[in-house]
Design a protein around this ligand. Structure first.
Ligand SMILES: Cc1cc2nc3c(=O)[nH]c(=O)nc-3n(C[C@H](O)[C@H](O)[C@H](O)COP(=O)(O)OP(=O)(O)OC[C@H]3O[C@@H](n4cnc5c(N)ncnc54)[C@H](O)[C@@H]3O)c2cc1C
Length: 598
């Protein structure tokens, strides 16, 4: 399938109403040699420069983090996806995701890296004029200059457009004078360039400005004392009639909120990549410890309770990863398609990412919660040593927690997932109505009790996933009908719907990945992968059922509720599966390899 056909096959959000052929998705087992070499460079960089210095980094030793960023820059790691004309390598999106994933295991370094290459660089790369890009991008790409992004304010966090920072034109018309206070700004302590969001005069919407550290009127507060990512610089930044040359307005006046949102779309999926990189590292550490630590005369990895944890860590990580690279490929192909039809490359990249904003929000939530699960069980596997500040789980546990908060909290991202779906349906971009009505009609028909007679390795799971789609359509369709304009205010229901969508998307992603992999390597080589898929989809059915039930009980009544609850049971019914044996098989594999090996 070529890029154009693939784009025609599935658009952002369409996973709810259409099927994706396994052959069309990208799976991490397909990395080419060059990409694997880049990944190895990242792994070596962390092993040589970051891991031995984690304590010094967390103590914020003067100059260390900027120095590490420069070293990463010298290896080209800050400029993987920056176009060659600005000193980068111009690599595709998936490759830049791979770098983010590999460096994701670098604790605070990963945060500094992600902020610099993402929110620190991309606003200028994507929205800058030629002159702005020529001035800033090569220096950001090399690491000579470091970037930061100033959106949040003390009174404006999730409600980012409500900030009080103001800009006004100077009397001579040469400068914008920005006054305001920004909070929680990553890399602020050593950044040279800040993308700052403020409203000009009494504008309704934000504008964005490129502000250099040396501009008059900019000052920094001291470092925040944080629960985790202690090595990441986080400060308040003050602007007191800060003099910004008019040519440093980024894009058009009042276009700032759009810039912020579009950059965050990209940041969300990237955050997913980084957290999965961290998850894999924690799993490796968990397995090694479980193999070394003996209690009652045997390594604790021999115990079922520990094996369950290891298997579950692996299953969730593998599933999240499947979703990340599936969506990355979609974004990349959408971009390529638009470039092929004549669109400017940067504009196409933005549009390609925006097209899959629903998937990006899903991935942000899912992958950050996967990492939290993985580190929490990592602490448990380490037992008392898990609670020791001298052992690695302490840092991992504290560092992981931020991922559910920044790049839009997980509550905001859950709400966005549903909101974007419904808005696209209302705009006629996504036909939810037709399929939802079809499911409503099916509810009246005589059920087939999910009898799955056909033979085939993926027949069952495909049928289950098709039914998950029906479950979401039924509950969401009914919620829209019953609650109408009120739905936005029924946040518990929105959370339920988002959870159903997340489980659906990730289930389908792992199923498609394993299907493609079996096609490449054969069934025998993919036994544990098949087990992972079966357990994930089986568990997803229960989660979808629970969320759906909660939602239906909140807004439906009487016979209608009873009928839909019956429908929900039907759409989330799975055949019995020995998940215990499946998890044992998965755990046995990582235990024998002594590392995350999928
Ligand atoms: C370490 C760190 C680094 C950061 N780096 C940056 C950076 O580089 N640049 C930058 O601009 N910002 C940065 N941030 C800010 C971050 O993006 C915000 O903290 C985040 O968006 C949440 O905003 P808030 O802290 O004001 O929380 P609030 O918005 O006050 O939210 C508090 C709680 O209420 C919930 N909530 C809020 N609104 C709603 C609603 N409408 N419905 C339901 N629940 C709601 C939230 O989900 C959350 O659980 C960083 C934050 C931290 C802690």
């Amino acid at each position: 399938m070529n890029a154009t056909e693939s784009v025609n096959a599935i658009k952002g959000g369409e996973f709810l109403i259409r099927d994706t052929p396994a052959a069309s998705i990208f799976i991490p087992e397909e990395w080419n040699e060059e990409q694997l070499m880049i990944a190895e460079t990242c792994t070596n960089f962390l092993a040589q420069h970051v891991v031995p210095n984690l304590n010094r980094i967390d103590e914020q030793e003067e100059g260390l983090m900027p120095h590490l960023m420069e070293e990463a820059g010298a290896l080209g790691l800050l400029s993987i996806s920056v176009p060659e004309e600005y000193g980068g390598f111009g690599k595709d999106f998936k490759t830049s995701m791979l770098v983010t994933e590999k460096l994701g295991a670098g604790n605070s370094f990963s945060v500094a890296f992600s902020a610099h290459t993402g929110i620190g660089t991309l606003p200028i790369l994507y929205y800058g004029t030629e002159a702005q890009k020529a001035k800033y991008i090569p220096k950001l790409a090399s690491g000579e200059w470091k970037g930061a992004y100033c959106l949040t304010e003390p009174g404006a966090g999730s409600d980012a457009n409500s900030g009080k920072s103001r800009a006004r034109l100077s009397e001579d018309g040469k400068y914008y004078l920005i006054t305001g206070q920004k909070m929680w700004i990553t890399n602020a302590g050593f950044a040279d360039v800040f993308t700052v969001f403020a409203k000009i005069d009494n504008d309704e919407n934000l504008s964005a400005f490129i502000v250099e550290k040396g501009f008059e009127g900019l000052s920094l507060n001291t470092e925040e004392h944080k629960m985790g990512i202690k090595g990441s610089s986080t400060r308040q930044v003050f602007f007191n009639d800060c003099k910004v040359p008019v040519e440093n307005l980024l894009s058009e006046r009042q276009n700032g909120f759009k810039i912020a949102v579009n950059i965050l779309n990209l940041g969300r999926i990237k955050l997913g990549g980084a957290t999965i990189g961290a998850s894999k590292e924690i799993i490796t550490q968990s397995v090694r410890y479980a193999n070394e630590r003996e209690q009652f005369g045997r390594p604790i990895s021999k115990y079922g309770a520990i094996r369950y944890k290891l298997a579950q860590q692996v299953i969730r990580t593998y599933a999240s990863e499947s979703a990340i690279y599936r969506a990355s490929q979609n974004m990349e192909e959408a971009t390529e398609h638009m470039v092929a039809t004549g669109m400017d490359e940067i504009k196409a990249k933005l549009k390609g990412t925006e097209q899959y904003a629903i998937e990006a929000a899903i991935i942000k939530v899912d992958a950050s919660e996967t990492l939290d699960y993985v580190v929490d069980e990592g602490v448990q596997i380490y037992g008392g040593m898990g609670y020791s500040a001298e052992a690695p789980m302490d840092r991992a546990y504290r560092d992981s927690r931020i991922n559910r908060i920044f790049e839009g909290t997980n509550e905001i991202n859950r709400m966005l997932t549903v909101d974007m779906m419904l808005k696209r349906a209302m705009k006629g971009e996504l036909d939810l109505m037709g399929p939802a009505q079809k499911v409503a009609g099916e509810l009246m028909s005589i059920p087939d009790f999910n009898a799955v007679d056909e033979e085939g390795l993926f027949v069952k799971e495909k049928k289950y996933i098709a039914n998950f789609k029906k479950a979401v359509l039924m509950v969401a369709g009914s919620a829209v009908q019953k609650l109408m304009a009120q739905l936005g205010k029924e946040q518990e229901v929105l959370m339920n719907l988002a959870d159903m969508l997340i489980e659906l998307y990730v289930s389908e992603s792992i199923q498609l990945r394993v299907e493609k992999l079996v096609g490449m390597r054969g069934e025998e080589a993919c036994k544990e992968h098949l087990d992972m898929m079966r357990v994930y989809v089986n568990d997803a059915a229960e989660k979808i059922n629970k969320s759906g039930k909660e939602a239906l009980n909140a807004f439906a009544e009487g016979d209608e509720r009873r009928m839909m609850l019956m429908g929900l049971r039907r759409y989330t019914k799975t055949e019995d599966l020995n998940t215990t044996q499946a998890r044992r098989n998965i755990a046995a594999k990582v235990i024998s390899e002594n590392k995350y090996c999928f």
